[in-house]
Unconditional design. Structure first.
Length: 268
């Protein structure tokens, strides 16, 4: 028996935004990893293993968004997201990152007990708990900030960061990471959106994108030939913004997801 026809309902703005974000994620993956299709043959050997993505903040919606987008970059390897507890929904200061560290290590250590876990991603731009978790588990652990720096610095190109968190301590941490990874001479600094990052993240996607786009333009004016969008919760915005710019916007979650998937295929 055929169902009774009903009038089509227009998709909600949120649903349309989600569709655009996932389409943009697929385009970003194609641009960043032209060899991804060829690598999918190796996925068969690794398909029983999966990646755990840890969101160091407590925002379950952000965890879901980052997990969905990371999944577009793994060539079929499953990504499972886990949220931290007892911390803010947005990490905006060095203290927030320090407070998030114990939970990240606990979640990662518990996840690594499963022999099917092939890699772990720490998905906050401060990489809280990254060295501590690496020292505690036997599987590869990737921080989205560290991987974004590697991606942005490829070929010796100068790069910068656009973010929504202007805390001086965080900005100094970004500079120190660039120096520690050997990219100090290429780093063109960080441009942050003005005002309270928590208030900005509560605004519409259009308002967030507009503010972040200004930070990207400022970074490009500083001489950056690639701009990292500094923040896991900014992943969807980064994908929406890329068509506005000729230079690559490096998406840390995608960079880390690709690295994690590669490590599983190579058996590291």
């Amino acid at each position: 028996m055929m169902p009774t026809p009903t009038s089509a309902q227009p998709p909600s703005a949120a649903r349309l935004a989600a569709r655009r974000t996932l389409r943009a994620a697929m385009c970003a993956v194609c641009a960043l990893a032209p060899g991804l299709a060829a690598a999918q043959g190796a996925t068969a050997a690794a398909e029983s293993r999966y990646i755990v993505l840890i969101n160091p903040n407590s925002n379950a919606g952000t965890t879901l968004s980052m997990t969905d987008i990371a999944s577009t970059a793994t060539g079929g390897i499953k990504v499972e997201g886990k949220s931290n507890e007892g911390v803010p929904p947005l990490l905006t200061t060095p203290k927030d990152l320090a407070d998030a560290l114990p939970g990240v290590v606990r979640i990662g250590a518990e996840a690594a007990r499963d022999p099917k876990v092939g890699a772990i991603i720490v998905s906050a731009f401060g990489d809280p708990g990254l060295p501590e978790l690496r020292a505690k588990v036997g599987v590869p652990v990737f921080g989205i900030r560290e991987q974004a720096f590697h991606e942005a610095a490829k070929g010796g190109r100068p790069f910068g960061i656009a973010t929504t968190t202007p805390d001086p301590g965080l900005l100094e941490g970004f500079r120190q990471t660039a120096v520690a990874l050997g990219y100090g001479a290429q780093f063109r600094g960080t441009r942050a959106t003005p005002g309270d990052p928590n208030a900005l993240m509560k605004k519409s996607p259009e308002e967030l994108d507009a503010a972040l786009a200004e930070a990207v333009r400022a970074s490009a004016a500083d001489g950056a030939k690639a701009v990292i969008i500094g923040g896991g919760p900014l992943t969807a915005s980064a994908l929406r913004l890329q068509p506005q710019f000729d230079i690559p916007l490096v998406v840390p979650v995608i960079a880390a997801a690709q690295a994690a998937a590669d490590s599983i295929r190579k058996g590291r």
